[in-house]
Design a protein around this ligand. Structure first.
Ligand SMILES: Nc1ccn([C@@H]2O[C@H](COP(=O)(O)OP(=O)(O)OP(=O)(O)O)[C@@H](O)[C@H]2O)c(=O)n1
Ligand SMILES: C[C@](O)(CO)[C@H](O)COP(=O)(O)O
Length: 254
């Protein structure tokens, strides 16, 4: 780890790249999709490496994906890397990667390969908060839209619209959550050991790792995220990421 980055000395970074990319619709795993002439995973891995926070990286790729494994092996990184087969859900992929990390880590960061342009400064903010004593830290940005809770209509009302509004939460108390999410290593291991026992319905409701820490009663602290950490989910997101890269502004704070 670089001298200039405050933080625990042994930080493992999990990069989850095991998804299929259905919403992107390229007919190939999202991590393989070309972005500025390289696979998306290459950008994500370089971003993690450039942050300088990782003492070990573990990447979860789709099972039996030869191309992504070869990419990971070929990349010159500043720390050791392990590649594992991902699972059926994001959480399963995180757990597989977590199990492959060394046992002596102080902290573990979990990062989406799909957030391939996350700037180093966000990694530093997460690691700094962990070093200052936080047990769980997530980056987030304010919500720009007004958010409503809804419920399905039904019967004759369904002809009007599929949903009706049930409430409008106070936007100032809401945040859109990103990755990398950082955890004291033991906490993340306990959280995922518990999640491994969830039934299918409960497992399907897990959308990030902080939820698991919250369910163990941990306090999850929030640091500033970045617009650059957008999750490349749809074709429009990919277009935006291409534009960001061609503009030469990636990996920096906006
Ligand atoms: N079984 C899974 C599912 C998701 N992911 C990873 O979790 C991150 C967030 O998932 P998302 O962006 O939703 O990716 P996909 O699951 O590939 O997208 P989709 O739902 O459109 O198929 C991605 O980096 C993805 O590769 C994973 O490692 N293993
Ligand atoms: C972890 C995450 O990126 C935080 O915003 C997000 O919850 C992943 O969700 P997805 O549905 O698996 O893309």
């Amino acid at each position: 780890m670089s001298e200039s980055i405050p933080g625990p000395h042994r930080v493992g970074v999990i990069l989850v790249a095991g998804g299929s990319g259905q919403r992107l619709g390229y007919g190939m795993p999202k991590a393989q999709v070309p972005l500025a002439g390289e696979m998306l995973l290459a950008h994500a891995l370089r971003g993690v490496d450039a942050s300088g926070v990782a003492s070990h990286i573990s990447v979860a790729v789709p099972a039996a994906d030869v191309a992504l494994r070869a990419l990971c092996t070929a990349m010159r990184l500043g720390c050791p890397i392990t590649v594992v087969d991902g699972g059926a859900t994001r959480s399963d992929s995180v757990r597989a990667a977590l199990n492959s990390l060394p046992g002596d880590l102080h902290a573990v960061l979990v990062h989406d390969a799909a957030r391939a342009l996350a700037p180093a400064q966000v990694f530093h903010r997460v690691v700094s908060a962990l070093a200052a004593g936080a047990e769980a830290v997530i980056p987030a940005v304010p919500v720009v839209d007004t958010v409503k809770s809804v419920e399905p209509t039904g019967g004759s009302e369904a002809a009007l619209a599929p949903f009706r509004v049930t409430g409008t939460p106070d936007r100032s108390s809401l945040r859109a959550v990103q990755t990398p999410q950082g955890f004291e290593a033991g906490l993340l291991r306990r959280a995922h050991a518990e999640a491994a026992e969830f039934d299918e319905k409960r497992a399907a409701a897990i959308t990030d790792d902080a939820m698991l820490a919250e369910s163990l009663g941990a306090t999850v602290h929030v640091v500033e995220g970045s617009d650059m950490s957008l999750k490349i989910t749809t074709p429009l997101d990919l277009l935006l990421a291409e534009a960001v890269l061609s503009n030469g502004t990636s990996m920096q704070e906006d």
